[in-house]
Design a protein around this ligand. Sequence first.
Ligand code: 1PZ
Length: 214
Amino acid sequence: MAHGDDTYNLKEVLVTFKSCLNDKQEILMDPYLEGWKGLVSFLNTMGAIFSFVSKDAVSKIQIMEDFRSSDQKDHYETLQSMVSYELKNGLVDLKKTGVYPTSGCRTILRLHRALHWLQLFLESLRTSNSESRTSLLCIDSYNASLANYHPWIIRKAATMAFYALPARETFLENMKVGTIEEAVAMLGEALPSIVQIYDITQALYAQHNLLDLP
Ligand code: 1PZ
């Protein structure tokens, strides 16, 4: 899969998320992280103003890749196996940050919340029209999701960065999937798999009471 900046294509990234599910409806860690890396490459095409965002995403991806290359790697093969392994062995700070500030469960939760923002944002972009402003779509979807978990200073920085987003048509062209119409159609085809990954993760975390991990 090509994620280099010059061969970049958002469709491939979204399709990677589709390949995350095994036949037991479990989410495979490696393609999940691969999908995230692709999103970070896309974000990096939007300029240095977003580097504080991509740095945080990269460090979280790195935490998870380190688990995947550790002695415990087999326990991190799927999100489901990670949750049961970490909970069974008391490797998660459940109430406040303590011994395990970088558990897999809390790290994936941060990415999972960001995936909800992505879903709302791309869906609003898909259904918007040529008069819509990308920055406003982005602010609305952020306020409806991720902002609820961010302190004031991050919300402020994020909102300011959103004003630097390219106009809708440029944004859609930057996806590198052809014309604006083709980009919109691609979103319609690819977003359901993002939604499915989001929903399965959400149910898994809800079932184990992990949605508020510090
Ligand atoms: C297309 C425009 C892209 C805008 C990106 C929208 C997301 C704004 C998020 C701002 C995050 C700022 C940096 C640091 C945040 C961290 O404090 C939090 C919580 O982690 P903790 O501090 O508890 O360890 N991190 C997050 O919420 C994860 C953020 C990941 C954002 C990934 C965005 C991917 C963008 C894909 C673009 C197509």
